[in-house]
Design a protein around this ligand. Structure first.
Ligand SMILES: C[S@@+](CC[C@H](N)C(=O)[O-])C[C@H]1O[C@@H](n2cnc3c(N)ncnc32)[C@H](O)[C@@H]1O
Length: 274
């Protein structure tokens, strides 16, 4: 069994920083918000549904669920994120808690959603088991995960630049692979092991629209935790070289004049509780 405990501590600390939470909500999440209609549709949420949005962050998925007429509870472990969520969707209840130990009774919800949360959880199997436990029979579990660099210009360009120009002396606490749950060979067995059936993966063609070609660097630097750890610990020369290479790569691939539209597609994974 992997020890991802240091990674988990870094995630809690990072997402609890108000600057990181706000930067994610205002920048990186401009792509995440495009996935909300697909997540909400896959959840089957509607007028009579009771729904839970885990890793709710700034509340965009909770807001989408609420717009269907469903009752919604949002849960996140970051007080800074919860503050943003409460300001965004005043009618929804938001609670502080951990995705791997949900403070709810068995079989309470018709749908559980998790927008870009699973990749941040050291013990993701426990989070999937918890989603199963709190769902009613026939309830839907839906989560989103960023697709891997092979499908994602945003991840390919930023992590390509880090790979070629980043300092080799920087190491992060070991943690789960970012894109693992977009991979059917990992996500389907994990869902089946928890008891889910009818798992499927769809894709949201989300993108960043940017007017500075180096913006993808800034989005990772300012509004993530794992990516930021990697970028903020770079020596100045490496950091400048990486940011400049990101800008050059964007111009080379998407044209010399902005604004630029950078694909950062997401897997929308859904499954049914038996
Ligand atoms: C990338 S943000 C996603 C926010 C939002 N759901 C969206 O779709 O944009 C990840 C969120 O997961 C939360 N998170 C990470 N690990 C968690 C855990 N173990 N329990 C509860 N929340 C967690 C973070 O605080 C953060 O708000």
């Amino acid at each position: 069994m992997n020890d991802f405990s240091k990674f988990g501590e870094a995630e809690l600390k990072g997402w609890s920083e108000p600057e990181t939470a706000a930067a994610y909500a205002d920048g990186f999440a401009s792509a995440a918000v495009q996935c909300v209609p697909d997540i909400v549709q896959a959840s089957g949420a509607g007028n009579e549904s009771k729904t839970l949005d885990v890793c709710c962050g700034q509340g965009i998925v909770a807001q989408g669920l609420s717009a269907t007429g469903a009752s919604v509870i949002g849960l996140d472990f970051s007080p800074a994120m919860l503050e943003l969520a409460r300001a965004r969707v005043p009618g929804v209840e938001f609670v502080e808690g951990d995705a791997t130990s949900l403070p709810f009774e068995d079989r309470s919800f018709n749908a559980v959603t998790m927008g870009f949360g699973i990749l941040h959880i050291p013990n993701s199997e426990a989070a999937i088991r918890e989603a199963y436990r709190v769902l009613k029979p026939s309830g839907k579990f839906v989560y989103s995960v960023w697709h891997s660099p092979e499908l994602s210009a945003a991840f390919r360009i930023v992590f390509g630049a880090i790979g070629s120009l980043g300092s080799k002396d920087i190491s992060l606490p070991p943690g789960p692979e970012i894109h693992a749950y977009a991979n059917p060979d990992i996500t389907y067995p994990a869902l089946e092991a928890a008891g889910f059936s009818d798992a499927r993966i769809d894709t949201s063609d989300s993108y960043w629209e940017i007017d500075d070609p180096a913006k993808p660097y800034d989005y990772f630097f300012e509004g993530t935790v794992r990516g930021a750890l990697l970028l903020r610990s770079q020596p100045k020369d490496n950091a400048e070289a990486i940011r400049s290479a990101v800008g050059e790569a964007v111009k080379e691939e998407f044209g010399s004049q902005g604004p630029w539209k950078i694909p950062i597609p997401a897997a929308i994974v859904s499954a049914v509780r038996l």
